[in-house]
Design a protein around this ligand. Structure first.
Ligand SMILES: Nc1ncnc2c1ncn2[C@@H]1O[C@H](COP(=O)(O)OP(=O)(O)OP(=O)(O)O)[C@@H](O)[C@H]1O
Length: 268
């Protein structure tokens, strides 16, 4: 798999899975700091974020506050149209808050902030949209996952690193049994979601955002995806937006209800 992935030569267009602009800072500096400061923890903090789409007169989000510790599984749920996707897009850097900030704050073991917060960088955020399989473009799993990889020779080292990441990502999501030559559309619903997750994990994001990850799956695939997210939580911070209040998700995440642009803490 590694050799095939490293050899993949595809147009260097921006990946359709991570159309993220370099708007914020997190990630590398977060990791470096974590290595230097052994104790404590980092936390994603959404501080008084308001969003009004350009050219409109109404706020879709009003002074949203949210915090999520690293390597935890957060859940925001609310009725259709309450703004869950809008918030996920802000976190992914696909649009900018009208006011407020989205940052990473480091704390010591006693919960005291260490230094000032850093802005979240979109390069360290992966987002899996609702029904991600609808955006699959390629004829094979390999082409799908390597879409947008550089093809210039000078990028060989980078590609090799991506290939190692790919192997790790496929291991983490349990996709090692499928052939890279397989048509992504021929995979089962649950495996399509795994592939969409793997495509994001190749970029080694710190924060993984998922919009309605269980939509359209049968009960078995839903349970599989939730178990997978529980597992991924060991290495990633995960935030799921959903309309569902299914026990599966509620039992495994810290849930926050999202109504009228405000969160109410449901379970922490
Ligand atoms: N650019 C925009 N301009 C104006 N209104 C918008 C824009 N983007 C989204 N909206 C509206 O904002 C509201 C929130 O949309 P959003 O998709 O974030 O909600 P949601 O909670 O994710 O809904 P669903 O569960 O149905 O996916 C909706 O009423 C939507 O029509």
């Amino acid at each position: 798999m590694l050799a095939a992935a490293a050899a993949a030569a595809v147009p260097p267009a921006a990946s359709c899975y991570s159309p993220l602009k370099p708007a914020r800072r997190w990630g590398i500096s977060w990791r470096c700091r974590a290595a230097r400061v052994e104790a404590g923890f980092s936390q994603l903090e959404v501080r008084k974020v308001t969003y009004r789409p350009p050219g409109t007169e109404h706020n879709l989000l009003n002074e949203i506050n949210l915090s999520l510790r690293e390597k935890s599984f957060g859940l925001i749920f609310g009725r259709s149209g309450s703004g869950k996707t809008t918030l996920l897009q802000l976190l992914a850097g696909l649009s900018e808050p009208t006011s407020g900030s989205i940052c990473i704050q480091k704390y010591d073991d006693s919960g005291n902030p260490i230094g000032s917060s850093e802005m979240l960088t979109s390069q360290r955020v992966g987002i899996v949209f609702q029904f991600p399989e609808r955006y699959f473009l390629a004829d094979t799993v390999l082409e799908e996952v390597t879409f947008g990889w550089p093809r210039q020779k000078a990028d060989t080292l980078f590609k090799e690193q991506l290939a190692v990441n790919l192997q790790n990502a496929f291991n983490s999501v349990g996709l090692t049994t499928i052939s890279l030559d397989e048509d992504p559309q021929s995979l089962s619903g649950g495996f399509k979601r795994r592939l969409a997750l793997a495509i994001q994990l190749v970029q080694t994001p710190n924060l993984l955002l998922l919009d309605e990850p269980l939509a359209g799956l049968d009960w078995k695939a839903r349970a599989d995806v939730v178990n997978l997210l529980k597992d991924l939580k060991k290495h990633h911070t995960i935030l799921v937006g959903t309309i569902s209040t299914s026990r599966l998700l509620m039992e495994n995440a810290n849930g926050r209800e999202f109504e009228g642009g405000n969160f109410a803490c449901v379970k922490m």
